[in-house]
Write a protein that binds this ligand. Sequence first.
Ligand SMILES: NC(=O)c1ccc[n+]([C@@H]2O[C@H](COP(=O)([O-])OP(=O)(O)OC[C@H]3O[C@@H](n4cnc5c(N)ncnc54)[C@H](O)[C@@H]3O)[C@@H](O)[C@H]2O)c1
Ligand SMILES: O=CCCC(=O)C(=O)O
Length: 488
Amino acid sequence: MTIQTETKTYLNYINGEWKASDTGKTSDSFNPSNSQEILGSFQMSSANDLDEAVNAAKEAQKTWRKLSGAARGDFLFKVAAVLEEKTAYVAEAMTKEMGKTFAEAKGETARGIAILRYYAGEGMRPVGDVIPSSDSEALMFTNRTPLGVVGVITPWNFPVAIPIWKMAPALIYGNAVVLKPASDTAVTAARVVECFHEAGLPAGVLNMVTGSGSVIGQGLAEHPGVDGITFTGSNAVGKQIGRAALDRGIKYQLEMGGKNPVIVADDADLDLAVAATISGGLKSTGQKCTATSRVIVQQGVYEKFREKLLQKVAEITVGNGMEEGSWMGPVASKNQLENVLSYIEKGKAEGAELVHGGNRVTSNGLGDGYFIEPTVFDQVTAEMTIAREEIFGPVLALMKVETLEQAIELANDSEYGLSASIFTTNIGNMLEFINDMEAGLVRVNAESAGVELQAPFGGMKQSSSHSREQGRAAIEFFTSIKTIFIKK
Ligand SMILES: NC(=O)c1ccc[n+]([C@@H]2O[C@H](COP(=O)([O-])OP(=O)(O)OC[C@H]3O[C@@H](n4cnc5c(N)ncnc54)[C@H](O)[C@@H]3O)[C@@H](O)[C@H]2O)c1
Ligand SMILES: O=CCCC(=O)C(=O)O
């Protein structure tokens, strides 16, 4: 029996108004902890809805860009205050739509609030440089100009933080935004957009259109009224978007997958390394782009580390994220469930030794949810699929090496380069890792996940289009530099 805890139909947000799609079609958002439960429904929009949103954004941006940075910042401070009041309302949608625990969802919402405040302040910070001209009578300097209308395409795994870390900088630098959120978390996105509406953001400056990736996502990338596209999601989709943006000659930014390693050196603090491997690999059910996936351990501590790891993994409680005591929720969707289980089967078939978990969890009333046991493979080798492809689930692959050089070589043996961490007490090891690791985020004695909003974030190799998000780095994508020369 399907239980509808809330029957609300969420609408698109276009030109400051909540509007149904002209298709008349909606889709339901299901709870991955109990697939019989529907959280709400959202619009399956058309290219016409998208046109309307882009046109509204285009018009609104003309006035928005003329406001001072401080005035734009005031709006973002107000949005932060509304979101703060609505933390539980937004976080509950997140847990009920994609499964992460309520504690993690509240933490992510708090992060969204902090990001809004950081970029609100950005409206008052310097934007250019004075550069000495070769003409002593002239003044030469740089300023920043917004791109215009920015298309924001986001995934489901951080449904509050990622849209906000793209929308807040886009807005503060004077752009208008059309957001296309992931369908799996469209209700959470609508609740975030409600905060912008309640804060009184001028009509058209932010618009949201929900619907399928191929119609609305691709439509945004191809739309002649869109001047820049920022995307976070899978590599396959990211590349399509990049190609569409390149064809139109617009700026684009792609943040994509990872296959993040942790190295545990012979001299590591093993308790710390175990705790960080579990937190980095299994929090959010392993569904972070920065999640630890490959655990590369030096042979001197391999057995001891493995034993401690398995002991702690056995203590993990799997359950509905809304319930106290659940450490790990379900994966986000049926699709995710099937995908992760198929990787576990591949791991077994290719000869890795399954030493913990590996099954769907259906006991204790979890049968209608998409729960998977925390899973650990041993004897994993570099050519195995589970060592090469992003699994995006609660699966750790243990790999043994003799030397630190071998560990770093193995860690770099990946098409991805998003984040990486090392556990060692030796400064020489730390420096070697920092210098030689091919990843955009390298962390020493800390888990591979954990992005700080005031620092640049992005990957190397196939993990990114090589731009950076967050912190002051965001200005590079969301603006163009204008060089100004004045002579009296
Ligand atoms: N590098 C990072 O910062 C980062 C952060 C979070 C997630 N991710 C990556 O995101 C992936 C998981 O997210 P996902 O499953 O939502 O990714 P996805 O690529 O399936 O979807 C991302 C967004 O693109 C849209 N989309 C789908 N098909 C499209 C198309 N043909 N054209 C345009 N848009 C389309 C989706 O509707 C969604 O809004 C993982 O690979 C993860 O590593 C990366
Ligand atoms: O999923 C990608 C973002 C990861 C992140 O925000 C974190 O590790 O904190």
